[in-house]
Design a protein around this ligand. Structure first.
Ligand SMILES: [Zn+2]
Ligand SMILES: [Zn+2]
Length: 253
């Protein structure tokens, strides 16, 4: 399983792209920066998009990506998401007002996008990769995912505050090689992190007490104005298992 980090920030600047991973070149996990990070040829290789939730930083490149690959995908793009996320994306994005409803273009029989509903804890296999959605604790219903292929497993949680199932998953899955977890704000912004259901280094430290075994944890979703302070606070934790996910980098299992 090959994972490319197209964007891994909780906001944008010329250096920071919003959340999107590319799995094996054909599956996007969140769609914050597909259009900015991938050439048109590579965008045309993407067949499926899996969404954690509907917040703008996770779906913002969808309209332009769909237009870029329009008519080139040989059967349209499958968008996998919970019923809540699907409802929000249809209502607020592909509503003909914000952007054309590509689920009815060019026609209802052969649409450019097809929504496929995901249910909590019910795995689906996409291009040979098993995705198991689990609930995390964010402002709106949001999935994390365990991805499995060829005996290796990878855990992705995009946005979450303090939560339970994520750490249970890590503790239960011996095949898990790496987990990615939100650290959006520095400790001074704890109140904002709490009301928006994100983590800071301080709440991350509390969450890590739920871990029953060591595992590399890659932090991401840093808000651009907070990056330096978060890095300093995480370094001060002196935990050798904590790393920062790197935009533009690939990870292979
Ligand atoms: Zn986000
Ligand atoms: Zn969010």
């Amino acid at each position: 399983m090959k994972i490319e980090v197209l964007g891994c920030y909780g906001g944008e600047s010329p250096e920071c792209r919003t959340t999107s991973l590319l799995i094996n070149g054909t599956i996007a996990l969140d769609a914050g920066s597909l259009g900015q990070a991938l050439s048109l040829d590579r965008q045309a290789q993407v067949r499926s998009i899996v969404l954690t939730h509907s917040h703008v930083d996770h779906v913002r490149s969808l309209p332009f990506f769909i237009e870029n690959v329009y008519g080139k995908s040989g059967g349209g793009i499958d968008i996998y998401a919970s019923a809540t996320t699907t409802f929000a994306v249809r209502k607020h994005l592909f509503n003909n007002s914000s952007w054309p409803d590509f689920s009815r273009l060019p026609n209802n029989l052969l649409p450019s996008i097809r929504f496929k509903e995901l249910t909590e804890e019910m795995p689906v296999v996409i291009d040979g990769v098993k995705f198991t959605p689990f609930m995390v604790h964010h402002l709106i219903p949001t999935f994390g995912f365990v991805l499995e292929q060829g005996g290796a497993a990878f855990l992705w949680s995009s946005d979450t505050g303090p939560t339970r199932r994520l750490w249970e998953m890590i503790n239960q899955m011996a095949s898990l090689q790496m987990a990615c977890v939100d650290t959006s704000f520095d400790n001074q912004l704890q109140a904002i992190a709490d009301i928006s259901f994100h983590l800071t280094p301080a709440t991350l430290a509390e969450e890590l007490k739920k871990l029953e075994r060591p595992i590399p944890i890659f932090l991401h979703h840093l808000k651009p104005p907070c990056i330096r302070q978060i890095q300093a606070e995480v370094r001060a934790m002196k935990n050798p298992d904590l790393h920062f996910l790197e935009q533009g980098k690939g990870y292979e299992f």
